[in-house]
Design a protein around this ligand. Sequence first.
Ligand code: NAD
Length: 264
Amino acid sequence: MVLGNIKEYTKALKEQFKDRIATIGDAPKLAIIQVGNIEASNRYIKNKVKDCEEVGIIADVYQYPEDITEHELCENIKFDQEHYDGVIVQLPLPPHIREKAVVAAIDPLKDVDGFHIDSPYPPATPGGIMMYLKHCNFDLTGKDVVIIGRSNIVGKPLARMMTDADATVTLCHSKSKLSNHLYGADLIVTAVGKAGFLNCYPIHVPVIDVGINRLENGKLCGDVDFENVEPKASYITPVPGGVGPMTVAMLMQNTVTAAEKKIK
Ligand code: NAD
């Protein structure tokens, strides 16, 4: 099984979003909340703004100082969101601010990252992965999927979505005996955040590489050690240019949907 080309797919999706926005008439508006000035976050936000502009979504960035209190931030979010179809908060937040409190400050109907339990939107990264697999006609029914990494934004929601799609999911973490689980998997998803993590397992199945890691030479890479694994896996999503663009595509789709719902 060879997975499809993500670059071509996201290009086609952007054309669909442009058409939907033309039908709405008004440009959908997305607020991106940033706290502090982390270099990686700056880069992710820049990519989101660029993609949004390309399809006709207005994306405004609200950058707050690192020492803002949780209360002040939540109050600002409640105020800022009035004028937007969608609101997202760029993670990570400084340690003194609880993610849970910030997510709770966002109107669930505007939570286009899908973090809130009452958000009607698929969470962006797991939703992007599901959308991509559907595009590739990768039917999850009856498949054995191993997800490595159990975070609240990737592993856990993805496990739920894949289970709902009739896959049998094994959710692994740092205490798992990984090699016991990988054998026999039909699909592997790695969301660990360690360069070269997936290196010596006998992989003959597609791998969705969610990890984003920066090497000493400045290059970005995923969790898969491409040199040792790539010839064995039938397809590995690239980093950069894989799950990242699919995540932004899902975010844009959710924002367009939010704007469509507003005019109904
Ligand atoms: P996290 O740090 O919250 O969780 C990492 C998970 O990996 C944990 O559940 C931990 O148990 C597991 N883990 C750590 N070491 C392990 C080991 N040796 N064996 C098995 N499991 C192990 O991470 P996160 O927020 O889910 O992000 C994971 C990676 O995905 C990061 O590199 C992050 O940058 C990337 N990410 C990418 C996107 C995207 O859009 N492409 C979105 C979210 C996260």
